[in-house]
Write a protein that binds this ligand. Structure first.
Ligand SMILES: *Cc1c(COP(=O)(O)O)cnc(C)c1O
Length: 433
């Protein structure tokens, strides 16, 4: 399988290059040259397959012979070593829970698969792989956790001091081992500017190879299609509508890839908070990105979704084709809170704000399509957003064990001025560059 830049299809690279470069030199995102089509026989076996088994068979189509199949099987077993739950909430409505991984959010799927691909490729390298990430809070923990203990790889996370939640800070600063947290006395933008300069100046330097693990990496996208096969395989008879809560839209892009490979999905719902560029595009055909607006579904506060171009690309860059398969709905904070309360009172199910957006999107669609049934995707454990959820439902939400562990460890960080020189000094010192 070759990967091409969606800006210029003549730029073709291997999976390995697409993973290690992240983005093409023409600033285009990488996509597989073609979406592999799975055999009817694969779909017949689907209801009995585990997630790692599905991941292996689908992953093999994307990775080809660049990772030996035995290694790929181990990658899939290690990356997806936690449950995925599909639950029935009411007639015609099921929830796909993607928050049972180590950081209690769906980013674990992408991060854990990508980290193991990077580890495999770094073993072929003679340089030490250093993952350098700037985070405003959430991704740092998922990335740190996904690389924790992987040999030959260091992770260095920059986060803005005092601007992340206690739980988020603990996820980045208490793991130790190959994870180092740099606590920058500045903003997220400072952190991002510092890492960008480091990539410009030191990307391949001396004994290290700097690698970004950002959200547009193809090795984070591909695994975000695997759980859709799992869900549809177990969802029972009848075609299903799938509602996905969108921020950067990697999750929905993964779902669309699964459909293109032959998985039966009747229709997609792009559900957002008031950062509604994608629903607005589907309605009007005009794409107007903006700076992000803060909401209670904060992981979806994205004003210019990185994967929008990829989605459109899969529909031949044509809005009408896309709108015939994808509907968009958006909701404000009051609607999200009200829905969390109502669903709790109606069924006892506790939604987090992100899952609530997807659930609302599904209900809006089903109102106009009474014959359809659907699945909505819950991306975070409600305990991760307990400050929002608990007052709304009037009861406490128990922390899952995965999150409890993070509240105990001892914080270790290196405080740093918001200045590239300091970061360079740190890297030169650590790696004797
Ligand atoms: C990242 C995230 C989203 C948005 O996913 P995208 O793939 O960026 O659209 C939704 N919910 C939660 C909890 C997230 O962390």
């Amino acid at each position: 399988m070759r990967y091409c830049s969606i800006r210029d299809r003549s730029v073709k690279v291997t999976f390995r290059e697409a993973v290690s470069r992240g983005i093409s030199s023409d600033m285009g995102l990488f996509m597989p040259e073609r979406i592999p089509v799975m055999e009817p026989e694969f779909f017949r076996r689907l209801p009995g397959m585990t997630l790692p088994e599905i991941a292996f068979e689908v992953g093999l189509e994307y990775v080809g012979d660049e990772i030996p199949s035995g290694v790929l099987m181990t990658i899939c077993e290690e990356a997806f070593n936690f449950p995925v739950e599909l639950r029935k909430i009411s007639a015609g409505k099921q929830v796909l829970e993607l928050f049972h991984g180590p950081t209690a959010a769906f980013k674990d799927f992408g991060a854990r698969f990508m980290s193991r691909c990077i580890k495999y490729f770094s073993g072929i390298n003679d340089r030490r792989t250093v993952i350098l990430v700037a985070t405003s809070g959430d991704t740092g923990g998922a990335i740190a956790s996904s690389f924790l203990g992987l040999e030959g790889i260091d992770v260095i996370i920059l986060y803005p001091s005092g601007k992340v939640s206690k739980l988020q800070e603990n996820q980045m600063t208490t793991m130790g081992q190959n994870i180092t947290a740099l606590e920058v006395e500045g903003t997220f933008d400072d952190c991002q500017a510092m890492t960008k300069s480091a990539f410009k100046k030191l990307e391949t330097h001396g004994k290290i190879k700097l690698t970004s693990a950002n959200s547009i990496n193809i090795a984070r996208l591909i695994p975000q299609s695997f759980y859709y096969y799992y869900a549809i395989g177990r969802a029972g008879s009848g075609q299903k509508v799938v509602s996905v809560p969108g921020g950067n839209f990697g999750n929905l892009t993964g779902a669309i890839m699964a459909w293109k490979s032959g998985l039966h999905i009747e229709h997609f719902i792009a559900s957002t908070n008031i950062n509604k560029v994608v629903p607005e595009y589907l309605r009007t055909g005009v794409y107007s990105p903006h700076t992000s607006i803060q909401t209670i579904a904060s992981a979806m506060d994205v004003g210019n979704p990185g994967n929008f171009e990829r989605m459109l690309y899969m529909f031949g860059k044509d809005r009408d084709t896309m709108a015939s398969k994808v509907s968009g709905f958006w909701f404000d904070d009051d609607q999200i809170r009200q829905h969390i309360r109502e669903e709790y009172e109606r069924s006892g199910y506790i939604l987090d704000p992100h899952g609530a957006v997807a659930s609302l999107g599904l209900e809006s669609y089903l109102k106009d399509h009474p014959g359809s049934t659907g699945i909505f995707v819950a991306t975070a454990h409600p305990a991760k957003f307990r400050e929002t959820v608990e007052p709304v439902i009037g009861t406490t939400v128990a922390l899952p064990n995965t999150l409890k562990g993070f509240l105990q460890g001892k914080k270790e960080s290196i405080v740093m001025a918001p200045d590239y020189g300091c970061l360079e000094g740190f890297l030169k010192d650590k790696y004797s560059l």
